[in-house]
Design a binder for this molecule. Structure first.
Ligand SMILES: Nc1ncnc2c1ncn2[C@@H]1O[C@H](COP(=O)(O)OP(=O)(O)OP(=O)(O)O)[C@@H](O)[C@H]1O
Ligand SMILES: [Mg+2]
Length: 320
């Protein structure tokens, strides 16, 4: 009963006061039980949320007060050691959260790799299986044409013309879905190929300025391709833009890529909030980038359209 009341009291206390009281109790010889409270304080700090820097600076402040008030269980060195143990216990939930985050990033990477494999499979089956079916339809039509009177053969030729168009489009879509250029020549040529197709289909000029020509690891190139692909899809689908500009450059070991349109703009914050979210594109872009250590910044307004800025710190071997 008594400990319940103590718990309630602690919950109502300001974080700072509770931290000071708990550290004082520990310095006075509170032992393991108080260390348990330090751990709980760490959990509360994460939930509030408090940054690690805030926590450390609070710790310093409280420790200084302890010195000033001569709360002493021995030499100053012992008090510093005690406070160190206390702080370590308090930050251990941060360590666990960090490990959880690393696990989540790893799982996300694996998920993206599985997704890429699936996309590859679909792209190949659209290309090969649908292509073979179309060849079979061509053959069947050619056989049919043999039995038709000359006047009806023209109709078959028209159908063949339409089938050729279908085949051309299917080939184009399957290449865009998983361009072989991406593996062979890299993400910039792959984006040029994608932009060319979208530009023609949507009658939308897409200007590309790339000041980066090196190759990057496969997962990074695929991620960049997917993110730009979604940005272009959004520019066509939502922005009603007249132009799109894609720029890529390297500065201070950070790869930048910006995709800007001069379209309708939107409320980026609302679109990404859990409640107002309409689709998955923006969130997927962010998650894909975060899995490779990159970030996405979106700026949008009705006046000037939308700009997506990708920032990706490079590892040393990829900047030369
Ligand atoms: N370039 C843009 N211009 C104008 N509005 C945009 C642009 N990009 C995104 N939006 C707005 O943000 C919303 C969320 O975009 P998001 O890509 O997450 O989903 P979606 O495109 O609607 O669906 P999905 O990508 O899942 O097919 C869109 O519905 C649209 O209203
Ligand atoms: Mg979208």
């Amino acid at each position: 009963m008594k400990s319940d009341t103590g718990q309630k009291k602690r919950e109502q206390m300001e974080f700072q006061d509770e931290y000071a009281e708990t550290l004082r109790d520990y310095a006075m010889g509170g032992g393991e039980a108080v260390l348990g409270r330090a751990y709980e304080l760490g959990r509360r700090a994460i939930a509030e949320p408090k940054s690690l820097l805030e926590l450390v600076s609070l710790h310093h402040k409280v420790l200084k007060e302890l010195f000033q008030n001569s709360v002493d269980r021995g030499s100053p060195g012992q008090l510093v050691q005690i406070s160190c143990d206390f702080l370590s216990e308090c930050v251990s939930p941060y360590e666990m959260a960090q490990r959880g985050f690393q696990d989540a990033v790893k799982a996300l990477r694996q998920l993206n790799e599985t997704l890429e494999e699936e996309i590859k499979r679909i792209a190949y089956s659209v290309h090969d299986e649908a292509g073979q079916l179309l060849v079979a339809v061509h053959l069947a039509l050619a056989n049919l044409a043999l039995e038709l009177p000359p006047g009806r053969k023209e109709q078959v030729r028209e159908i063949e013309g339409l089938l050729n168009e279908v085949e051309k489009h299917l080939r184009r879509y399957s290449h865009e879905l998983r361009p072989t250029i991406l593996d062979d020549l890299g993400w910039i040529p792959a984006i040029r190929f994608l932009a060319e197709g979208i530009s023609k289909r949507a009658n939308l000029p897409i200007h590309i300025e790339a000041k980066f020509s090196g190759r990057l690891p496969g997962t990074v190139e695929t991620t960049l391709y997917r993110v730009v692909q979604e940005a272009l899809t959004n520019a066509v689908k939502h922005a009603k833009a007249k132009n799109v500009w894609i720029r890529a450059w390297l500065k201070d070991r950070v790869l930048h890529c910006a995709i800007r349109d001069d379209g309708a703009g939107f409320d980026a914050q609302a679109a990404q909030a859990a409640t107002g979210r309409k689709g998955l594109g923006l969130i997927a872009m962010r998650e894909r980038l975060s899995a490779i250590g990159g970030t996405l910044w979106i700026e949008s307004s009705q006046r000037s359209g939308t700009e997506l800025s990708i920032r990706l710190p490079m590892e040393d071997d990829h900047v030369n």
